[in-house]
Design a protein around this ligand. Structure first.
Ligand code: ADP
Ligand code: MG
Length: 678
């Protein structure tokens, strides 16, 4: 039992919650079992019981018959024990997951017990059904045995053994069932309604303590992590803001900038996640923040996940600040030795105020005279090890701003990232034209290619994207090559020129191909998802995505963000085969319907569930026993509010009314693997 279901103690047994309940006064007629029924609960006479097969295929087959039909029961393990227990001619109740063999119903390893009159007939009687494993069942520990143990345990314990852990005011306000009652009722409910109340109570508890832990970690960090204080907004910032900024900041940009300035002045180290949809103008926020750092005598680094992106940041930022007395450097893996030496000197003597680049900027050899701020673009490529390197660059850790264009739904962010401070930019600069997105079948490919020709004729450029699920997958690679040939047949040289990039190329070749597209030498970019992150070619107005059903929604949204960056109306065409699952159809429809990355992410979460969403850390924060953060959003928000209120009034949990909470939290502390954030 230990190994198989990780049940080690009584508490674990109580938390082995039933899968569902069945009303044992209400057996199914065997004759009315249907092919898509999942479970059956039947009563009848055991007609026969025979051993069939030899060796590994040996099994025990029995039949149970009521007035309406006959059902097969089969055991592959624990055969001796079953043979001893059951006698043909007697009446039994059997329950289990249905299988169908040649259209006939069958239950493998059913929960089976002698039929008693009191079991059937009488008032509503909900019995719990527990999961077990084949191994445990073979030892007699089936679902029914779990029911028996749990019933005995619940009978023995008193209310004091399962003490309340939520404050009375909360119980009252949300009309939550007391904890002891909830455990009784979730296993052996006296009514359907009580069962629902028990579930609600235990979900609230689960979310409340998850939020409490995460918020305590955050509080702790705020209290103890000393950081540089950037007290003033100086000449660089003011001059730039007043005289060189070509556009008005969006309200979202202003709001986030304010949040960052507050952190900068707090004397604590900032650890902030900035989420903003593709094109929302995160780079500008980063730049303005770096100017504040420079105004206070501190250096900044900005790290991008690829050379191309680092180069792009360098180009756009150099251009923004070309009239300001601020020195900027670009350091990547391919920076030549001599240039590298110069850059490193500039960082060490403080003459370079802003260093942009790839991970190369935090290599050990790069020393700073006074590093105070680090910006990380696209967080999921940035790990704990990188953070640790940053920490060593100065006597106090630098402020950190992590920027991501992969929107994460709020519910998920609260659970997975609740320990970080977190800002959202949910507004695009004015004047952006929404990208028109269409789903088309393969049969429309020629028409789609003709459409691309029209766009190219009008001077635009186009992306054609192929799925590369795994960088190393041979099949995907072959598809890409086939696709490339096909594209070439539609767009022959020398009228058209095509760039191609993929993960198997040498970096220099990839770089050259990219550059040719960026400069407009090629009109078409055939690529895999390596193009996904942040590449900026404003003249590209159309993107076709092949086998679009193979991509996640958030990924499609990221890809789509490569177009619609210029003044022209842009298009995204999702190509798929004719046969599509309902799920896939639904996902593609969402892409057609909205351009809002947060809405896309929200839907993605609903369809695929939290485990699959990119950008969420594999943290204990998402392992819930009862809660489903999509369906239980309302409870999550309520628990979150209560936790915030509670910590605001009583951050040390020292008030009498929060004693229950504190005691429970301390008991739990050793059980969870929640580390501190890096
Ligand atoms: P992302 O959030 O995807 O990194 P960028 O920072 O690359 O977005 O910005 C996208 C484009 O929008 C850039 O060309 C940038 O100059 C422009 N931009 C940023 N902020 C504004 C604004 N407030 N008004 C108009 N254009 C803006
Ligand atoms: Mg960006």
């Amino acid at each position: 039992m230990r190994k198989e279901l990780s049940i080690h103690n009584f508490k674990d047994l109580l938390e082995h919650f039933p899968l569902r309940h069945i009303d044992k006064t209400n057996v199914d007629k065997i004759g009315s079992i249907r092919l898509n029924d999942e479970y059956a609960y039947v009563a009848g006479t055991l007609v026969d019981m025979t051993l069939v097969g030899e060796g590994r295929s040996k099994r025990l087959v029995a039949h149970l018959k009521d007035g309406t039909g006959i059902i097969e029961l089969v055991w592959f393990q624990g055969i001796n024990w079953v043979q001893k227990m059951l006698q043909p001619g007697h009446l039994y109740l059997a329950f289990g997951r249905l299988g169908f063999f040649m259209g006939k119903p069958q239950i493998a390893h059913p929960d089976i017990e002698p039929y008693t009159a009191q079991k059937a007939g009488g008032k509503e009687h909900l019995e719990p059904i527990y999961s077990s494993t084949e191994k445990l069942k073979a030892k007699g520990l089936n679902g029914a045995a779990f029911a028996k143990f749990t019933a005995e345990l619940l009978h023995k314990i008193a209310a004091k053994d399962l003490p309340e852990n939520l404050p009375a005011a909360i119980l009252q306000h949300y009309k939550l069932m007391p904890r002891y009652d909830a455990y009784q009722q979730i296993h052996f409910p006296s009514s359907e309604k009580n069962y629902r109340q028990a579930i609600r109570r235990l979900k609230f508890e689960e979310l409340f303590f998850a939020q409490l832990r995460i918020n305590l970690i955050k509080l702790e960090r705020h209290r103890f992590s000393k950081g540089w204080s950037f007290d003033k907004v100086g000449d660089l910032f003011n001059d730039f803001y007043k005289n060189h900024l070509a556009f008005e900041l969006t309200n979202a940009q202003k709001k986030v900038l304010k949040e960052i300035r507050k952190d900068f002045g707090s004397g604590k180290q900032m650890n902030r996640l900035l989420q903003g949809d593709v094109g929302s103008g995160k780079t500008m926020v980063a730049l303005l923040s770096m100017l504040i750092a420079a105004d206070n005598g501190f250096q900044s680094v900005l790290m991008a996940p690829t050379e191309i992106l680092a180069q792009q940041h360098f180009n756009s930022i150099s251009d923004y600040v070309k009239d300001l007395p601020v020195k900027i450097g670009l350091l990547t893996g391919s920076t030549p030795a001599k240039k590298r030496r110069q850059l490193m000197e500039g960082c060490a003597d403080g003459s370079i105020q802003i260093l942009l680049g790839t991970h190369a900027v935090i290599e050990e050899k790069v020393q700073f005279s006074n590093l105070g701020f680090a910006v990380v673009d696209e967080q999921h490529k940035f790990g704990v090890a990188q953070r640790a390197k940053l920490w060593k660059k100065n006597t106090l850790p630098p402020h950190i701003l992590v920027m991501t264009a992969t929107p994460i739904p709020r519910t998920l962010a609260l659970t997975a990232y609740g320990d970080l401070d977190y800002s959202v930019m949910d507004e695009l600069p004015p004047g952006r034209k929404p990208i028109s997105t269409f789903h088309r079948n393969e049969s429309s490919r020629p028409a789609v290619m003709d459409f691309i020709k029209e766009e190219i004729k009008a001077g635009r450029q186009a992306y054609i994207i192929y799925p590369l699920i795994e960088e190393s997958s041979k099949v995907d690679y072959e598809n890409l090559m086939k696709g490339y040939e096909e594209v070439k047949s539609f767009f022959p040289e020398p009228k058209y020129w095509i760039s191609m990039v993929h993960g198997r190329q040498q970096p220099e070749i990839k770089e050259t191909n990219m550059q040719r597209f960026v400069s407009g030498d090629t009109q078409i970019m055939v690529s895999t998802t390596v193009i996904e992150v942040g590449v900026n070619v404003p003249n590209a107005s159309v993107m076709a995505i092949e086998s679009a059903e193979k991509f996640g929604l958030s990924q499609l949204h990221q890809l789509r963000g490569r177009v619609g960056r210029g003044a022209e109306k842009s298009y995204c065409i999702l190509l798929t085969g004719n046969k599509l699952s309902r799920d896939a159809r639904e996902r593609l429809k969402i892409m057609e319907q909205t351009n809002d990355g947060f809405k896309v992410a929200e839907k993605d979460l609903e369809i695929r569930g939290p485990g699959e969403i990119e950008g969420t850390r594999q943290s204990g924060a998402l392992n819930f026993k009862l809660v489903n953060i999509v369906a239980d959003k309302a409870i999550l928000e309520a628990a979150r509010n209560e936790v915030e209120k509670l910590l605001e009034n009583d951050p040390d949990l020292s008030m009498a009314e929060n004693l229950l909470v504190k005691t429970y939290l301390q008991q739990q502390q050793h059980k969870t693997g929640w580390g501190k954030i890096a």
